[in-house]
Design a protein around this ligand. Structure first.
Ligand code: 218
Length: 192
C-alpha cells in the first residue's frame, strides 16, 4: 500500500491533466523565434518531462489531449485546420507522437537513481519526441500548406524550412530545460 502511494493510476491521470493544462496555457505566451513561421512550442517541455516521469503511454495520452485542446481553442479559430485529414494529422497524430520521449523513461530514471549522467537519454528521447511531432507537420506542410510558400518555392522545401526550423528550435529548448530540471529538480523526473 505504502509503496504505491503517489504512483496510482489516479495520481498519474491527475498529473497528466495538470501537464496538459500547463502546456495549453504556455501556448498563449509569445512564441515567435525571429524567423517568421518558425515557432517555439513551450508545451513540449512539460509533456516531454512527463514522458520521462511516467513513460510512453501516459505521455502519448497527454500529448493527444493537448492536441485536441489546441485544435478546439486555437486551430479551428486561427486557420490551422484546412481539411479533416490535415487536422487529424497535425492535431491528433502529431501531438500524440510527443509521447515517444516516454520511451526513454526507464533509462533516464535508472541513470538518475544511480547518479549517472542523463545527458545522452535526454538528448536522444527528447529529440525523438519533438522530431516525431514536426515530422507530421512536415508531411502536412508539403501536402497542404504549399499555398503559403514564398512565390516559386517548392512546397516541400518550404515545409522543410518551417517545420525543420521549428523542430531544431524546440529540440534545443526541450533538451536545455529538461537537463536543467534533471539536475535541479530531480523529483520532477523521478517519481516516488
Ligand atoms: C509549412 C507549414 N505551415 C504551417 C503548418 C501548420 N502547422 C505547423 C506546425 C504546428 C501546427 C499545429 C498547431 O500548432 C500546424 C497546424 C505546416 N504543417 N506546415
Amino acid at each position: 500500500m505504502e509503496k504505491t502511494r503517489g504512483n496510482s493510476a489516479l495520481q498519474v491521470t491527475v498529473e497528466g491533466a495538470i501537464i496538459v493544462a500547463f502546456a495549453m496555457a504556455l501556448t498563449y505566451l509569445p512564441h515567435t523565434t525571429g524567423v517568421s513561421a518558425v515557432e517555439f512550442s513551450y508545451g513540449l517541455v512539460p509533456v516531454t518531462v512527463f514522458g520521462f516521469r511516467r513513460g510512453f503511454g501516459p505521455a502519448t495520452l497527454a500529448g493527444l489531449t493537448w492536441g485536441m485542446l489546441d485544435l478546439i481553442l486555437r486551430g479551428l479559430g486561427n486557420g490551422g485546420v484546412l481539411n479533416p485529414l490535415q487536422g487529424f494529422i497535425e492535431y491528433f497524430i502529431a501531438f500524440a507522437l510527443i509521447g515517444i520521449a516516454g520511451l526513454g523513461s526507464n533509462l533516464v530514471q535508472n541513470n538518475l537513481r544511480h547518479k549517472k549522467n542523463v545527458i545522452i537519454p535526454v538528448i536522444l528521447f527528447g529529440s525523438l519526441g519533438v522530431l516525431g511531432k514536426y515530422f507530421m507537420h512536415f508531411i502536412a506542410g508539403g501536402y497542404y500548406w504549399g499555398a503559403y510558400a514564398p512565390k516559386g518555392m517548392n512546397p516541400w522545401m518550404w515545409s522543410l524550412i518551417v517545420n525543420g526550423g521549428s523542430a531544431v528550435a524546440n529540440i534545443i529548448l526541450v533538451i536545455v530545460i529538461s537537463l536543467l530540471l534533471s539536475s535541479s529538480f530531480k523529483r520532477l523526473l523521478l517519481p516516488k
